[in-house]
Design a protein around this ligand. Structure first.
Ligand SMILES: *Cc1c(COP(=O)(O)O)cnc(C)c1O
Length: 236
């Protein structure tokens, strides 16, 4: 229980209940079991106290997108038994820090990054699950490998010491049709599973499009706004 912020707890509990209803409805509509979809609460820009509330409400997975913010928050929340997901674009020089707290890295999109993550995972004695981020549009600014390069980067992860190939991740293109994008991702994921049967994770779906993502086979949704409220504009 968090006695200092009871109203914030109520707010988050209401957000969580609404998201749970959406996830359950999307699973039911797709003929899928609710347990097929993992909810990751994306807590970027929100304080560690919100992470504690989420944990208290039963959320087991949290996601962050900037190492500068994530590292201290993860340290502050150590001991809550949470699984930490790193979902943001990642510079190679952050590999050591991110590997120290992240259990799953969603944004692996180049071999140089795989090498750095592998080196740091071995050094730290950790096994880190990596998802290969796929670019579903032609905007290289948002990260991700071109679909044609997915197999190559996935093979690099699969053979790297200290890393486990978990599957794929994508963000629906801005202004595009999310259903089409997620259908494409499902095809790419199926092709990847033919070579790597254990790479079953499809990380797709955010506050605005999680229903479409679940309809197209997402096994993990990354939800921020719908749980915690609208983020303040990001200021560097
Ligand atoms: C911020 C973020 C999310 C959550 O987005 P919402 O629209 O707030 O649910 C999901 N995935 C990634 C990669 C993000 O950066």
């Amino acid at each position: 229980m968090n006695h200092q912020h009871p109203s914030r707890r109520d707010e988050i509990a209401a957000g969580l209940a609404a998201v749970e209803r959406r996830v359950a409805a999307a699973c039911a509509a797709a003929g899928r079991a609710r347990q097929e979809v993992t909810l990751v609460a994306v807590t970027k820009t929100y304080p560690a106290s919100d992470v504690r509330i989420l944990a208290d409400l039963g959320v087991a997975h949290v996601g962050e997108n900037r190492d500068q913010e994530a590292a201290p928050k993860a340290a502050e929340c150590a001991g809550l038994g949470l699984t930490w997901h790193f979902v943001g674009q990642m510079q190679t020089n952050k590999a050591r820090s991110v590997v120290s707290y992240a259990d799953v890295i969603h944004s692996v999109d180049r071999s140089r990054l795989v090498e750095a993550l592998s080196r740091e995972a071995v050094r730290a004695g950790r096994r880190v699950t990596c998802l290969v981020q796929v670019a579903l549009d032609d905007d290289p600014g948002r990260g991700g490998v071109a679909p044609a390069d997915l197999a190559g980067v996935a093979d690099t992860v699969a053979t790297a010491e200290g890393l486990v190939l978990g599957g794929v991740m994508a963000v629906a293109p801005l202004g595009g049709d999310p259903a089409r994008a997620f259908a494409r991702l499902a095809e790419l994921a199926a092709r990847l599973r033919a070579d790597h049967p254990a790479a079953t994770v499809i990380s797709a779906g955010m506050s605005g499009d999680l229903d479409h993502a679940i309809a197209h086979g997402s096994t993990l949704v990354r939800v921020g706004t719908a749980l915690l409220g609208r983020r303040k504009p990001f200021v560097r």
